[in-house]
Design a binder for this molecule. Structure first.
Ligand code: ZLS
Ligand code: CA
Ligand code: ZN
Length: 390
């Protein structure tokens, strides 16, 4: 791409490695890397690849991952094999690094982790080199991984690695997380820093919904001399939120944050488990409502790193991420809402074969978020922003 075809559009790059898709967490496990195959097939069938620079992402090196993770943890991740899960000699370390049902040890685990992490690191570097305005890695977004611990289907925190790259060039980076789960790993990594503002929207129920953190008043270290004070923003929600309320809330919160914080780059985690009908989620968002958050984020014209995340009903994950790709390349009005006949695995999109099925109506969960509740969340966050040095 030479820019001639996009005189005033943004330069968008797509970072992926099909080897990621070949990994399996196990039969009954909800995380299906195969959803990436479906996403790519939609993107190809719509011809969106013509409007982006496509990069085959490489594996992140051990040293790159050690920018955040402890070396002993990475060493273990590199050498562990599925049989160790039953082997007594390894059981202490397996337990201490939190491998188990949520984070199983499967074939090619280290390969899987280093490939999705490499995609996010590559994407961040394209942004800092000014070779892209928007860089996408749908295989990334694994926001729960800790320095020395796997958590919630996440082993390596590619988002933290990407933000560390962006911080080499930008004094301030803002992180936005619309996965239905709290972005605890990213929040914790930058808890004591004022150079990253983390904002997560999530279902919050301390005792009954993973990971149980992310309360409204969890805003950063409380000591006023700690630079990280006030730099974690949490938007805790109840079941059943719908498009209009969610988008209004997103605009109110993100608009105020961008205005106050003036980030040099934004990282947007687009976990698709906040959609209606998600196997693990409990919100009522449609593909259009989820995508409207991506559109709004793009309006700031700030370098943007877009990653995936959760999403456990693969056909809908791929609908959302394909639609969001079309938003990022400014092609929404050129996309037929009827899924093309030519798409591979087309049977997965029946019976409607629409990019926009009414997910909000198909398994409607009662909306427990009252207007006063949402108004209070916004006002508390506005108050928090007043304490933050811009
Ligand atoms: O944000 O709720 C939990 C923890 C448990 C309950 C489940 N058991 C297995 C372990 C203990 C308290 N874990 C969550 C993790 C959700 C991670 C979301 C990741 C992300 O979207 C970013 C990628 C959870 N919810 C549902 C399950 N785990 C779960 C459901 C079904 C199964 C099959 C495989 C494994 C065991 C049976 C499993 C986990
Ligand atoms: Ca979230
Ligand atoms: Zn999630």
């Amino acid at each position: 791409n030479n820019g001639i075809t996009r005189p005033q559009g943004y330069k968008v790059s797509w970072h992926a490695n099909p080897a990621v898709e070949a990994h399996h967490f196990g039969q009954s496990h909800p995380m299906k890397p195969w959803r990436l195959t479906l996403t790519k097939q939609l993107v190809l069938a719509y011809g969106m690849h013509h409007a982006m620079d496509l990069y085959l992402s490489r594996a992140a090196t051990f040293e790159e991952m050690a920018d955040f993770h402890k070396e002993d943890y990475l060493d273990f991740l590199r050498q562990v094999i599925p049989a160790d899960m039953e082997a007594a000699e390894q059981s202490d370390r397996i337990a201490s690094y939190n491998f188990g049902d949520d984070c199983p040890i499967f074939d090619g685990l280290y390969n899987y982790c280093s490939l999705y992490a490499g995609g996010t690191v590559d994407a961040a570097r394209k942004l800092v080199n000014n070779q892209s305005d928007i860089a996408i890695n749908w295989s990334g977004g694994l926001h729960h991984a800790k320095k020395s611990e796997a958590s919630g289907f996440c082993y390596v925190n590619d988002i933290v690695l990407g933000i560390l790259q962006l911080l080499r060039h930008h004094p301030r980076v803002m992180y936005i997380d619309i996965d239905v789960h709290h972005g605890d790993g990213v929040e914790q990594a930058f808890w004591s820093s004022d150079r990253v503002l983390t904002v997560s929207f999530h279902k919050y129920d301390k005792d009954n919904f993973f990971p149980g953190t992310g309360a409204l008043d969890s805003t950063g270290p409380s000591h006023p001399l700690n630079p990280g004070a006030h730099h974690s923003i949490n938007v805790p929600l109840h079941d059943g939120i719908e498009d209009d309320d969610y988008l209004q809330l997103f605009k109110d919160v993100i608009g105020a944050c961008v205005e106050t914080y003036q980030p040099g780059a934004i990282v947007l985690q687009c976990g698709a488990d906040s959609l209606g009908c998600d196997r693990l989620g409990c919100f009522n968002l449609n593909v259009t409502g989820h995508g409207a958050c991506v559109s709004y984020t793009k309006t700031f014209g700030i370098p943007l790193l877009v990653v995936g995340g959760g999403g456990y009903t693969p056909r809908n994950v791929s609908r959302a991420w394909a639609h969001e790709t079309s938003i990022l390349i400014d092609a929404v009005d050129k996309i037929d809402p009827n899924i093309p006949d030519t798409v591979a695995f087309r049977n997965h999109f029946g019976p409607d074969y629409s990019l926009f099925p009414k997910l909000s109506e198909m398994r409607k969960i009662e909306n427990k978020n009252s207007k006063p509740y949402l108004a209070n969340v916004v006002s508390a966050i506005r108050e928090q922003l007043r304490y933050m040095q811009g």
